[in-house]
Write a new protein. Structure first.
Length: 212
């Protein structure tokens, strides 16, 4: 039987999110507030998927906030979450340190799982960091990322370049690396094997470069 469970957000996380949304509304006769990116992401939906006995843990963008009522801590304390351990783990929040809960690795995921994640690059913020990669690789040698962080510098004619430099404060190169990771499960007797295929610019996590 195939099953899908939502392990988050918790009641406390939902309440916190609604409070933050309410605080964005301006008071009467006051200027509107600029909507900014909020952290942690209390509304991240973590999914537990069981397909014919193959269990996947899809970590979404779940972040940790040192609060036992939110994040991975709340999932681990739940008495209603399904049993078993996942053989595939979509690592949360681009592998960043603030999304890592040791208990998730030890209680929800099998030893040496297949892990997949996506990179992030906005301004000077680039994820995962080298320290994140090293931390994830302590749990598995079978980790993959959907793209590298490569910068693509466009060649422009000198007059165009000069015009752009005079019109904007800064020019950032585009990162144009895209790909995807496909994981398939096949039953062999009572055992299940996962096969991984990489497409486009998807690569093993160990080969990832931080925006070089």
């Amino acid at each position: 039987m195939n099953q899908v469970y939502a392990l988050s957000p918790s009641d406390a996380a939902k309440s916190r999110s609604l409070e933050e949304i309410a605080n964005l509304f301006p008071m009467a006769h006051s200027p509107k507030k600029r909507v900014t990116s909020r952290s942690p992401n209390h509304f991240a939906v973590v999914l537990w998927v069981n397909i014919g006995g193959t269990i996947l843990l899809l970590g979404s963008d779940l972040e940790e906030a040192d609060n036992p009522e939110t994040g991975g801590a709340r999932i681990l304390l739940s008495t209603t979450r399904p049993g078993g351990r996942a053989c595939l783990f979509k690592v949360p929040h681009h592998g960043s340190r603030n999304a890592d809960h040791p208990g998730v690795w030890s209680e929800l995921v099998r030893p040496h799982p297949v892990c997949v994640l996506t990179p992030f690059w906005r301004g000077s913020t680039k994820l995962p960091k080298r320290s994140d990669i090293e931390r994830i690789m302590q749990h598995t040698d079978d980790a993959y990322i959907s793209a590298d962080l490569k910068a693509k510098r466009l060649k422009r004619h000198k007059p165009v370049e000069e015009m752009l430099r005079g019109a904007v404060r800064s020019i950032r190169p585009l990162h144009s690396s895209f790909g995807h990771v496909r994981v398939r499960s096949s039953a062999v007797g009572d055992r299940r094997q996962l096969t991984v295929d990489l497409f486009g610019d998807a690569i093993p996590l160990i080969a990832f470069q931080e925006g070089k």
